[in-house]
Design a protein around this ligand. Structure first.
Ligand code: AN7
Length: 352
């Protein structure tokens, strides 16, 4: 049988209730792309791979956790789901809820969600509500309403989200034959770093695939885990990770410590420079998704990163560049316009 999504492939390895009824868009099974040119540019004698999670059905890694959370809610008889979101969770919840015929309500910070994510949430038919506040404000609202009303919370506080997101770690080990030496990824609400660490540990216990060091990367204006305190007014161009009170912050710090890795911050300039650099190698990701690699570049530059020749590094690129087209187009002039005449084109191409 052809590929049928993460529950079909990895369901027996996930801690989920028996009432779970699969709701899938065939998420997962995303490409692990070798990046030898970028590794050279970064000056490293290592094997570099991008796990391109933007290739999921709604364009981000959120689909792995969402298929499981919605399958559990649907099988358990829920009629409605709710989440707070910087955008990708909203689009993913909307799509999977639509698939299951459930009502989806998504709360987003006003004016701070990239165009492709907002459009997705609307296209899939979610009830989209903007909050005059931050993601963190929206999250505390949905947590409270899900306690008062029969509405299932599908943020990564929902344990089934993490169960689904573990599958990305399984896939990496299955493709490489073992865990990489380092895993670099962006950190926002800190569900993903927590899920990867759970996944790698589970595979190590059952299949002896080894453990990576984890490099979690926040944006400097939204770096509560680096500062060691919540950030009340988080800011960053990487709106996906514009989060000041990460719900899974403690577990993220634990993952970094237990893996002998670390959590660092990079500037918006470093994030955008890496987004450009990745695109120059054919992989266009949204800004937040470039943060992991920006962190890797930063550590290599500082000389604080001890990599021995031949080591493998996997960078998780969490969302597709198409999610946030404005970040590219707003800083450039519109492409030139020519008359529809091939001789004019030829002259222009010849530099005349
Ligand atoms: C592209 O959609 O929090 O550390 O509400 O969209 O697991 O939160 C998105 C987070 C990284 C951070 N990259 O992951 C949301 C939301 C992208 C993201 C993260 C997000 P977590």
């Amino acid at each position: 049988m052809s590929y049928q999504g993460v529950l079909d492939r990895y369901g027996p390895l996930l801690d989920i209730p028996a009432h779970t009824k699969p709701v899938t868009l065939l998420e997962g099974n995303t490409p692990l792309i070798a990046m030898p040119g970028l590794a050279d540019e970064l000056g490293g004698d290592f094997e570099l791979y991008v796990k391109f999670e933007g290739m999921n059905p709604t364009g981000s890694f959120k689909d792995r956790g969402m298929t499981v959370a919605i399958s559990e809610a649907y099988g358990g008889g829920s009629q409605a789901v709710i989440c707070a979101s910087t955008g990708n969770t909203a689009a993913s919840a909307a799509a999977y809820a639509a698939r299951a015929g459930l009502r989806a309500i998504v709360l987003i910070p006003q004016g701070k969600v990239a165009a492709g994510k907002l459009a997705g949430a609307i296209a899939y038919g979610a009830e989209v509500i903007q909050i005059d506040g931050s993601f963190d404000d929206a999250l505390s609202m949905v947590v409270e309403i899900s306690q008062r009303q029969p509405i299932a919370l599908v943020n990564s506080l929902n344990p089934y989200r993490l169960e689904g997101q573990k599958t990305a770690a399984f896939e990496i080990c299955d493709v490489l034959g073992q865990a990489p030496d380092w895993l670099c990824l962006p950190v926002g609400n800190a569900g993903n770093i927590t899920a990867y660490w759970m996944g790698f540990r589970q595979y190590e216990q059952t299949r002896s695939t080894g453990l990576p060091h984890i490099l979690g990367v926040q944006a400097a204006g939204s770096a509560p885990l680096v500062l060691g305190r919540p950030v009340d007014h988080p800011e960053t161009v990487a709106t996906a990770i514009r989060i000041g009170r990460p719900a899974r912050g403690e577990q993220a710090l634990q993952a970094a410590e237990e893996s002998h890795g670390r959590i660092i911050a990079v500037s918006d300039e470093q994030i955008l420079a890496m987004q450009k650099r990745l695109a120059a190698h054919g992989v266009w990701v949204e800004p937040a998704s470039a943060a992991g690699l920006a962190g890797l570049a930063h550590e290599l530059q500082q000389g604080t990163f001890k990599i021995t020749p031949g080591q493998r590094i996997v960078a998780v690129c969490t969302g597709h560049g198409l999610k946030d087209p404005d970040i590219i187009t707003r800083s450039m002039a519109a492409p030139r316009v020519l008359p529809a005449k091939v001789d004019v084109l030829e002259a222009v191409l010849a530099g005349k």
